[in-house]
Design a protein around this ligand. Structure first.
Ligand code: ADP
Ligand code: MG
Length: 254
């Protein structure tokens, strides 16, 4: 018997305002398990805020969010779970930022072990084994004992990805993970992201790498002024956008 396929992520009516500025107006979004969604749009359109709402780094004013088994209702009359539940949820939605935010006083290995040790209560032996495995996966096994300051930007970002993966996230969120990198270091990070996508990781990627989005994403979402203007299959949105605003935005990349 066919099971109805339920999306892994449901977002309904998410709204966020900072002071007088409405940053997210009414965001609805479904992401299926294993789907790779690219979120594109001009600076200030609300992409980072949306990503942050998805892992509760920012709390929406209104709306509903469900990722897997966890669901949250925001707004009047609804109560958010406590800090501990939020932190645990956050760790299961791995976030990779433009700036790597590694702990400078810890080795690469310790950086990757830290979450499993402190948040998951994993044993040191197991955390070390997992960290070594993940560093090998991102091609940095030989840097395990190095300190972040001695790594290139591309290597740092790969450590940051390994660190997020160490929490065994059900979803990976990337916020312009390659925007701060020297051009020659972008490819090695995109390759790690591409590998993750091929392994079936559910991913939402904010990126200005339009060619990468076209290649790797199954769905592309174009945002402007806190609204999803257009969304659809990557090839459709990028090669044949329906909206003038999308066309105009994409024209800057040719
Ligand atoms: P994007 O990632 O698409 O560039 P952001 O989500 O970072 O957009 O920002 C959308 C808008 O919200 C911008 O105008 C930004 O200045 C504003 N904004 C973001 N975070 C905050 C905040 N914590 N306080 C006030 N304004 C914010
Ligand atoms: Mg941003």
């Amino acid at each position: 018997m066919n099971q109805p396929v339920q999306p892994k992520i449901n977002v309904r009516g998410i709204r966020k305002q900072f002071g007088d500025l409405i940053v997210l107006r009414h965001i609805d979004l479904d992401v299926m398990a294993g789907e790779v969604v690219a979120l594109i749009g001009p600076s200030g359109s609300g992409k980072s805020t949306l990503l942050r709402c998805l892992n509760l780094l920012t709390i929406p004013d209104n709306g509903e969010l469900r990722i897997g088994e966890d669901s949250f209702v925001f707004g009047k009359g609804s109560r958010l779970p406590g800090a501990k539940v939020q932190a645990s949820f956050r760790s299961r939605t791995g976030m990779v930022f433009q700036h790597f935010n590694l702990f400078p006083h810890m080795t690469v290995l310790q950086n990757v072990m830290e979450g499993p040790l402190t948040v998951k209560g994993m044993s040191k032996t197991k955390a070390q084994e997992l960290a070594n495995q993940l560093l090998a996966k991102v091609g940095l096994a030989e840097k395990a004992q190095e300190y972040p300051d001695f790594l290139s930007g591309g290597q740092k970002q790969r450590v940051a990805i390994a660190r997020a993966l160490a929490m065994e996230p059900s979803v990976m969120l990337f916020d312009e993970a390659t925007s701060a990198l020297d051009p020659e270091l972008v490819a090695e990070v995109l390759q790690v992201m591409r590998d993750l996508a091929r392994e079936g990781m559910t991913m939402i990627i904010v990126t200005h790498e339009i060619a990468f989005a076209r290649e790797v994403a199954s769905k592309v979402i174009f945002m402007r002024d806190g609204v999803i203007v257009e969304q659809g299959p990557a090839l459709q949105v990028i090669d044949q956008p329906a909206e003038e605003a999308t066309r105009s935005f994409l024209s800057h990349f040719h």
